[in-house]
Design a protein around this ligand. Structure first.
Ligand SMILES: Cc1cc2nc3c(=O)[nH]c(=O)nc-3n(C[C@H](O)[C@H](O)[C@H](O)COP(=O)(O)OP(=O)(O)OC[C@H]3O[C@@H](n4cnc5c(N)ncnc54)[C@H](O)[C@@H]3O)c2cc1C
Length: 326
């Protein structure tokens, strides 16, 4: 069963994004010897083709135009949609970022296809590609068949699949195609405003120290920041403290925040509501610190510390500092 699978490429901080690579690796497996095409839209091509080939693309299609510098649903849907109408791929896989999910829905509408969002697994059931995704805050998992007549579109959650081994030198055809763009745009990006001084990269962090309402006040985050700094990790948060304005939304972990899978997740003063667990329960090692021994977070924790965060977290910081910095 040989198929043509497209992977819509997104850029990361350096080259193509980690999620794009993860999806390319899976696409190669799903294609069964068929074509895996990395499809890229942007204002410059830099080393995109090499990055896509190294992650397993057997074909690369570059659509380069100044109007594609910034992601816009209408330009990206127009460019990728026109190409898909012409070439009829079997499957289109898209990184499940905010932009990616919007693009998946928009492309599905444009191509008379169906979009299955936020997949954590993909597999063939006979000739039908089936996506696995979470429902009800991660309490239920459903397998969703995509039986649409157009291309089967799936957005895939970051970290659902491992990054494939670098297959640099694998070669493959690189093609530049003039993108078909709308004559007039209904949307214009005027300016980007950063919502805070420093970038919060929770998705790629190996260590995340998260704080919840148990920190008592915004100042309570100082102990979380210190522990994260010593461990070289990122700072996460529950929605309760984001809603309270203690910390920006970019830090939120959970159903309506980010889904993370670090090697180590330390939850400080977080109760463990299902919506929070939905975003972190698959972390490799979970350490929970909570003064309530019956807090639900302990049900998913590999290590539980019952007690006051203000006593335990500074002590952990001190011990880690001694151990790590000598
Ligand atoms: C549609 C929807 C979507 C949602 N999405 C998200 C989401 O994405 N992410 C998310 O996190 N939540 C989300 N929520 C909210 C979620 O239901 C909880 O309200 C929230 O996670 C609670 O945050 P918390 O654990 O910080 O606060 P609380 O539930 O108030 O828990 C605080 C914890 O701190 C402990 N504590 C208090 N003082 C101390 C101390 N000194 N030392 C140690 N422990 C202490 C307490 O025992 C308690 O367990 C969502 C809710 C809804 C309805």
């Amino acid at each position: 069963m040989s198929k043509t699978i497209w992977v819509v490429a997104q850029r990361g901080e350096s080259g193509i994004s980690r999620t794009t690579k993860e999806i390319l690796g899976k696409a190669k497996e799903l294609a069964g010897g068929g074509t895996v095409a990395g499809v890229y839209c942007g204002a410059s091509k830099d080393s995109v083709a090499e990055g896509l080939q190294a992650a397993g693309a057997s074909q690369v299609v570059l659509m380069v135009d100044p109007k594609l510098e910034t992601y816009l649903a209408e330009t990206y849907t127009s460019a990728i949609g026109a190409l898909a109408r012409d070439r009829k791929p079997d499957v289109i896989l898209i990184p499940g970022t905010l932009n990616g999910k919007e693009l998946a829905a928009s492309l599905a509408a444009s191509l008379d296809g169906g979009a299955v969002q936020d997949c954590t697994h993909l597999d063939w059931d006979g000739d039908v590609l089936v996506g696995t995704r979470a429902f009800f805050g991660g309490n239920l998992t459903a397998t969703v068949e995509n039986r649409s007549s157009g291309p089967k579109i799936f957005s895939v959650k970051p970290k659902a699949f491992p990054v494939p081994a670098d297959s640099a030198g694998a070669g493959g055809e690189v093609e530049e195609v003039a993108p078909q763009l709308p004559a007039a745009l209904r949307t214009t990006v005027v300016e980007f405003l950063a919502d805070e001084g420093k970038t919060v990269n929770l998705i790629d962090a190996n260590v995340i120290v998260s704080g919840g309402r148990g920190l008592g006040a915004p100042e309570g985050f100082e102990i979380v920041n210190e522990l994260a700094a010593v461990l070289g990790g990122a700072v996460g948060a529950s929605r309760a403290v984001v809603d309270a304005g203690w910390i920006p939304y970019a830090h939120q972990v959970g159903q309506t925040g980010k889904t993370v899978k670090p090697k180590l997740y330390i939850a400080c003063g977080i109760s463990g509501a299902i919506q929070h667990l939905a975003g972190m329960r698959t972390s490799d090692n979970i350490v929970a610190i909570n003064k309530d021994e019956n807090a639900p977070i302990f049900k998913v924790a590999h290590y539980g510390l019952v007690g006051d965060v203000f006593a335990i977290v500074p002590e952990l910081t001190k011990k880690f500092k001694e151990a790590l910095q000598g």
